[in-house]
Design a protein around this ligand. Structure first.
Ligand SMILES: C[S@@+](CC[C@H](N)C(=O)[O-])C[C@H]1O[C@@H](n2cnc3c(N)ncnc32)[C@H](O)[C@@H]1O
Length: 264
C-alpha cells in the first residue's frame, strides 16, 4: 500500500457505523450499494425498504461531507417480476432531499452482460454525482481523454494555425465506456460485483486532492480503497461481510505495482 495514505477497513453495517463518524470530514463518499436483486450478499426485500435504507445512508453521507464535497452513487436496475426499475430514479430524489445538488448522471456502458429474451439486453448502469454546496472541486485536467483529431488547427481568424483543442485532451463527457469486472478481467476477485478501478479513478482524480478522505459505505472487495491509496488519498471502507473484508485487506496489502489492475 502507498505509505502516503491510510486506508481503514471497518467490518460492520454502514447504517450503524456511519452515524458515529464525525460530520464534515470527508471530501467524497463513493459507493455501489446492493441492488436488491438477491445477490449472495443481500436478502431481497421490498423496494420501499431498499429505498428507505438508501435514503438513510445518503443522508448520513451528506452529513459526513465537508462543504464542497461529493457523493457518487453507482447503481443499475432492480428487477421484479420482469419489471425493470432503474435505481437512480430512487437515488436522485434521495440525494436532493439530503441537500445535495446533482451535477451529472454519468452513464457507464460496458460491452457484455446477460442476453435478455423479452427486452433489450442491459449494457449500462449509472453514477449519480451530487455535491454539498456550490463551491466544489472539479479538476478536469487529470481526467481529460484524447481528442478525436488532436492536431486540428484553426483554419481562419486571428488564431489561424494554432491548435483548436486543448493539448491535454478533451472533457471525457458523461458516457463512460469501461469494461465491467467479469471473469477474465485482471482486477477480478472472488467478490461477485466489483466496480472497475478506472471508473473510481476518474471520480477520485476529478473530485478530490491528495490526503482528502474518501468513504465507501458498501466497500465490497475494497476497490475504492485501492484507488484512493494509489492516488495518495485516505479512505474509510465499511463492509458487512467478513469474507469480502478479507479480500479488501489482501488487495490493499499488495504493493501498488503488484495490484492486478495496474498496467505493467
Ligand atoms: C455492489 S457490492 C460493492 C462492491 C464494491 N464496489 C467492489 O468494487 O468490490 C455491495 C456490497 O455492500 C455490502 N453490504 C450490503 N449491505 C451492507 C450494509 N448495510 N453495510 C455494509 N455493507 C453492506 C455487501 O456485502 C456487498 O459487498
Amino acid at each position: 500500500m502507498n505509505r502516503e495514505s491510510s486506508v481503514l477497513i471497518k467490518n460492520g453495517d454502514c447504517r450503524k457505523l456511519l452515524p458515529v463518524m464525525p460530520a464534515g470530514t470527508a471530501q467524497m463518499v463513493i459507493t455501489s450499494p446492493p441492488y436488491n436483486i438477491g445477490k449472495e450478499y443481500e436478502k431481497r426485500t421490498s423496494l420501499e425498504k431498499w429505498a428507505a435504507d438508501q435514503k438513510e445512508v445518503i443522508a448520513e453521507a451528506a452529513r459526513l461531507l465537508k462543504e464542497g464535497g461529493h457523493a457518487c452513487w453507482q447503481v443499475g436496475n432492480h428487477i421484479s417480476n420482469g419489471e425493470v426499475i432503474p435505481l437512480d430514479s430512487i437515488i436522485i430524489p434521495a440525494m436532493r432531499e439530503a441537500g445535495l445538488k446533482i451535477r451529472n448522471r454519468i452513464v457507464w456502458t460496458f460491452g457484455h452482460g446477460l442476453h435478455c429474451r423479452k427486452r433489450l439486453s442491459g449494457r449500462h448502469e449509472t453514477i449519480i454525482w451530487g455535491t454539498k454546496g456550490d463551491a466544489y472541486t472539479f479538476n478536469l485536467d487529470p481526467i481529460r481523454v484524447p481528442q478525436k483529431y488532436p492536431h486540428k488547427r484553426y483554419f481562419k481568424g486571428p488564431r489561424k494555425g494554432e491548435l483548436s483543442g486543448n493539448p491535454l485532451g478533451k472533457n471525457p463527457g458523461d458516457v463512460w465506456d469501461i469494461p465491467n469486472v467479469k471473469h477474465n478481467h485482471p482486477e477480478k476477485t472472488a467478490h461477485p460485483c466489483q466496480f472497475p478501478e478506472d471508473l473510481v479513478s476518474r471520480l477520485v482524480l476529478a473530485l478530490t486532492e491528495p490526503r482528502d478522505l474518501i468513504i465507501d459505505p458498501y466497500a465490497g472487495s475494497g476497490t475504492t480503497g485501492v484507488v484512493a491509496a494509489r492516488h495518495s488519498r485516505d479512505a474509510i471502507l465499511i463492509e458487512r461481510e467478513a469474507s469480502y473484508v478479507a479480500i479488501a485487506r489482501d488487495r490493499l496489502s499488495l504493493p501498488i505495482s503488484f495490484q492486478k489492475g495496474v498496467a505493467a
